[in-house]
Ligand binder design. Structure first.
Ligand code: PRP
Length: 535
């Protein structure tokens, strides 16, 4: 019955004001694109799966909603608009000379994780400038992106520029293997400041090291280009970004253009300038774009291209600026980590009395620092930070590894240290059988990844607590669980046979808050760092 009255997860009905707000943004954007000479294009909502595989598009397979047609071919609900547009440009529009200026007002479909509050249907309004390379084309698209954001973000906005070539060139200098470069990319993308210095330590004598180790913290105004040049000299990518900035500044957009040299997402897809747009009141970037000079070639018509898309619903959902600008909100994990977080903050002079005596209140304003604290269970800390209703969070790496990290993980706080381990009943020979092993765990994603990396096929059973019971009751051959002192394992006749991953508390930051409240958040991170050094 529910399948008749409910809509599928990630979709919803939109009524009245929601439709009006969405339509208003679409009308504003499409009118702007038309005045700049862009013509509308609409492609099918369903495309062949092979199209996206062939294009080298980095959308993960599991994010695409699939359908099998009558002949047995796999089709997908369009996960982005750029690839189908490149297909059209290389086929139906092949006789039309380049450059071509196209805009679209379409829905894209991405299947998200269950109960994450995300949408599987994303209304996008965007443009593609096909067949135009070089600075002039980049400037045309960047100024249009700024103008478009300005028109639909009344609370304030800015765009951030990076360069895909910078990361590629620096990693080539280090002669990193593909896996090492990918690990480095992930750490830079997630702003894992601490882990980065560890990974790069062996390369300290290389010139590229200086910039790579600082790349994820180089975000902000044009001064980040000076900082980068001071580290590695005037590299072509930095010179290019500076030229773009100077021209955009002369055109009156200077205050709306910033930089993040740590923009390294979809690095194999983008080939030049790469950018994101932020709107005040949104918990995630609302605009994404960049130069992708290899895509059209994948369809047989090699030509440079650049474009961007705006998430219409994210813009429409922007909340007005908060009553107390500059105030931060942090989600702290209740229980064991709470006391240690409080101790850390108290060491640097923050009065945490309200958090220590919470009563039934759920939000606690610190009396001597512009910070409100929320106490929550670990998985909820992630949810609140991901959605941007909390700017910061303190949460264990165990929860991050299990739930994913759609935020910046800026500090390893060191406390709450323990490890994930694989444990079995004493005397049992876990590896000495061909039988598919059963693994009980509270952390199915962590366990699945661990065995995938080993190339081992296992059956995973999710248990909610006291996992040690499962092998004792013969429900499982082993467990993957947190081990702190090892006492629980020992008292239950189990022994750890392999470490899976180290765990400790992390300070995490919402990606948009990091950019929109940069100074306040960097000040708070510095305070925490100071607190860690004072132990
Ligand atoms: C965790 C973990 C182990 C225990 C390990 O459980 O799941 O059971 O702590 O600690 P030890 O190595 O110091 O003995 P938790 O206390 O969170 O309870 P739960 O198992 O009921 O979730």
């Amino acid at each position: 019955m529910n399948s008749i009255i409910n809509t599928p997860e990630g979709t919803r009905d939109r009524l009245f004001a929601e439709c009006r707000d969405r339509r208003k943004i679409q009308t504003t954007l499409t009118a702007l694109f038309q005045t700049r000479g862009f013509a509308e294009i609409s492609t099918p909502e369903v495309e062949f799966y092979d199209l996206f595989i062939r294009s080298g598009n980095p959308i993960p397979q599991e994010s695409m909603l699939k359908i099998v047609d009558r002949s047995g071919k796999i089709m997908v609900m369009r996960p982005d608009c750029t690839t189908p547009i490149a297909r059209v440009a290389a086929t139906k529009l092949k006789a039309v000379p380049l450059p071509q200026r196209l805009y679209y007002n379409e829905t894209v479909f991405r299947s998200g994780a269950a109960h994450k509050g995300g949408s599987s249907e994303i209304a996008q309004c965007g443009i593609e400038l096909l067949g135009a390379g070089g600075q002039e084309a980049d400037l045309e698209v960047l100024s249009l992106a700024v103008e478009a954001l300005q028109k639909v973000s009344p609370n304030g906005c800015h765009i951030e520029l990076g360069h895909a070539g910078l990361f590629k060139a620096l990693t080539e200098e280090l002669e990193l293997e593909a896996a090492g470069a990918e690990r480095l990319r992930r750490l830079i993308e997630g702003k894992h400041f601490a882990a980065l210095s560890g990974l790069l330590e062996p390369y300290q004598d290389r010139r590229a090291y200086q910039l790579l180790s600082r790349l994820s913290s180089l975000f902000g105004g044009a001064e980040v280009l000076d900082e980068a040049e001071a580290l590695v000299g005037p590299r072509p990518e930095l010179i290019y970004l500076r030229e773009l900035y100077q021209i955009l500044d002369q055109a009156g957009y200077g205050s709306l253009v910033r930089f993040d040299l740590g923009l390294v997402h979809q690095i194999d897809y983008y080939t030049g300038v790469i950018f994101r747009g932020y709107a005040e009141g949104a918990g995630a970037p609302v605009l994404s774009g960049g130069r992708y000079d290899n895509l059209l070639g994948a369809f047989g018509r090699p030509a440079p291209a650049i474009g961007f898309a705006i998430d219409v619903d994210a813009v429409a959902a922007c909340q007005p600026a908060p009553a107390q600008p500059g105030r931060l909100r942090i989600a702290m994990t209740k229980g064991r980590l709470q006391d240690k977080t409080v101790a850390l903050l108290e060491r640097v002079g923050l009065d945490c009395t309200p958090v220590k005596n919470p009563g039934r209140r759920l939000i606690h304003a610190l009396p001597n620092y512009p910070l409100d604290a929320v106490l929550a269970k670990a998985p909820d800390v992630i949810t609140y930070v991901e959605h941007g209703v909390c700017d910061l969070g303190v949460v264990g790496k165990d929860t991050i590894l299990e739930q994913g990290s759609p935020f910046y993980e800026v500090l390893d706080l060191g406390f709450g240290a323990c490890r994930f381990a694989l444990a079995v009943r004493e005397g049992s020979d876990f590896y000495g059988t061909y039988k598919t092993r059963r693994i009980a765990t509270k952390y199915p994603n962590v366990a699945r990844r661990f065995f995938e990396e080993k190339g081992m096929d296992v059956e995973i059973i999710k248990i909610e607590g006291s996992v040690e019971l499962a092998p004792i009751l013969d429900l499982a051959d082993a467990i993957v669980d947190i081990v702190e002192t090892g006492a629980t394992l020992k008292e239950n006749g189990l022994v750890p046979i392999e470490d899976v991953a180290p765990v400790s508390a992390r300070l995490v930051v919402n990606t948009a808050a990091m950019k929109l409240k940069r100074k306040e958040i960097l000040d708070f991170i510095a305070k925490c760092q100071q607190g860690l050094e004072e132990v």
